[in-house]
Design a protein around this ligand. Structure first.
Ligand code: MSP
Length: 477
């Protein structure tokens, strides 16, 4: 029986279209999903949209659409964007779906029955951009540092979740499971945060306030559930948790929740506490990747440097864009996406590196062996790349592959292979067959990142009938 692998991206807010930041997380998840499928695992990879948010309503108002038609249109566009970018999700969850509502109701009742929900008064600040409560100390000049807005003052009767009750349990869990929250620096931050003391969180608002839209509390319909408490449960509702589905039996607990570090606390602290309260097993791993700037600046509409994934794909091609994003900087760290550097990288590593290697070898095989040559085992071992991908270290994995490409291109130069084929056919064929073996190995390792390109390369080599064809990565000027 295949062992399963359940993998998630965050579900995204749909008050706007996907940008490169959303693509980054979704792409990494897609690469892992494709990697584990090739390893023979039964992968369940999901993404979706977070729709029960005030931001959604405001965005719908702006374009004078009803909430329903706005969310339908936007969710469709998000889905289509992922389809166009070859994101191989197994399911797509929207939090306005009935299956989600059922799962949320079932889950919150469990937490309620556990005695972890009580009524209280919330007085404080709320940032709509974050959809989160803010302390004075988190503000800079009275504004949320991430959204540059003055948070709303709120004073209302709400229900609270007893997060404080899980403080010690969480700490114990973090200590006993050092791989649970990654990478290490983010894990440390989380431990520090828990050690400072966890406060209970408000998880509902009076319905109707500010035209609130969302899922009513099943035990008090005059209140609507806070969007984050609702959103996190998507990881269960997509498994038909609300219907006691078989998917849930099969895939829970998740193998990996992949998120940006902006929302790590929700995933590494609040979500595990919610699961503990509901008596469910915790995900095996939560991983926070870094944030990137574009040309040195935070991506923002005001600055006008928001890049849509399709813009990048138009410039470099989809497969190359996938490579370039993961090769730009290490996945767990912050970085910068600079268009000039991406172009340089494209020309150096894809056009002159990999593309050139393949075209030189295929060309020689076509011209001198009539395209027929069986590959020999690869002279370089690239198996280390697998472990690196499993550790979400895509950057190092690509470095290993690049080194192999450079090694092979050097070998062709040193052996003057284009002369050797004329002078000593047997010796040249041996080298060419080995290089075919190496190219096949490289294509195999690159296949989760560049599935189509790899498929084409492998197909030619496996067929044993090689033709040079069009350049894979034409040089960009
Ligand atoms: N709806 C919540 C998530 C709920 S999950 C239960 C949310 N949505 S979001 O649309 O704001 O998406 C945030 C995510 O987008 C980040 O966690 C990250 O994965 C990705 N990124 C957004 N901007 C980014 C960068 N500039 N750099 C890297 N990733 C970025 O939060």
């Amino acid at each position: 029986m295949k062992s399963q692998f359940y993998l998630t991206t965050p579900i995204y807010y749909i008050n706007d279209l996907p940008h490169l930041g959303h693509f980054y997380t979704t792409l990494a998840a897609d690469v892992l999903a494709r990697y584990y499928r090739r390893q023979g695992r039964e992968v369940f990879f999901i993404t979706g949209t977070d729709e029960n948010s005030l931001k959604t309503i405001r965005a719908a108002d702006k374009v004078s659409l009803t909430k329903e038609s706005y969310t339908d249109q936007m969710a469709k566009m998000w889905r289509e964007t992922w389809d166009a970018l070859a994101i191989s999700y197994e399911d797509f969850i929207r939090t306005t779906e009935a299956r989600h509502r059922r799962a949320v109701e079932k889950f919150i009742l469990k937490v309620y029955e556990r005695g972890d929900i009580y009524k209280g008064k919330y007085e404080g600040l709320y940032c709509l951009g974050c959809e989160n409560f803010k302390g004075e100390s988190e503000l800079v000049d009275g504004r949320c540092p991430d959204h540059q807005v003055i948070p709303e003052k709120r004073s209302e009767e709400n229900y609270f979740f007893k997060l404080s009750r899980y403080q010690d349990k969480l700490l114990k869990y973090f200590r006993e499971n050092p791989d649970f929250a990654q990478p290490a620096e983010q894990r440390k931050e989380m431990i520090k945060f828990i050690e400072q003391g966890l406060k209970d969180v408000s998880i509902s608002r009076p319905a109707g306030l500010n035209e609130q839209w969302g899922i009513p509390l099943p035990f008090d319909k005059s209140q609507v559930i806070w969007v984050w408490f609702d959103a996190l449960i998507n990881y269960l509702s997509v498994l038909d948790y609300g219907e006691d589905g078989q998917r849930f039996e099969k895939f829970w607990p998740a193998d990996l929740h992949l998120v940006g570090r902006d929302i790590f606390r929700f995933h590494a602290i609040l979500w595990p506490a919610m699961l503990m309260s509901a008596g469910l097993p915790l995900p095996k791993k939560v991983f926070a990747h870094g944030f990137f700037t574009v040309n040195g600046r935070k991506m923002s509409k005001t600055i006008g440097n928001v890049i849509a994934p399709k813009d990048l794909a138009q410039k470099f091609g989809l497969e190359a864009s996938r490579y370039l994003l993961l090769a730009a900087f290490p996945f767990g760290q912050d970085g910068d996406i600079d268009e000039v550097k991406l172009r340089e990288k494209y020309n150096a590593e894809l056009a002159n590196g990999l593309g050139n290697l393949i075209s030189r070898v295929f060309n020689l095989v076509e011209r001198h062996c009539a395209g027929c040559l069986a590959k020999k085992p690869s002279p370089r071992d690239l198996s280390a790349a697998d472990k690196l991908v499993e550790d979400l270290n895509f950057f190092e994995a690509l470095l290993k592959i690049r080194e192999a490409v450079e090694w092979a291109n050097r070998r062709i130069d040193e052996q003057k292979l284009w002369q050797l084929v004329k002078e000593n056919r047997t010796a040249a064929e041996k080298i060419l067959a080995e290089l075919l073996g190496l190219i096949a190995e490289i294509a195999e390792k690159l296949s989760p990142i560049m599935p189509e390109t790899s498929r084409k390369i492998l197909e030619d080599i496996e067929k044993g009938k090689i033709s040079k064809g069009q350049p894979l990565f034409p040089r960009l000027i």
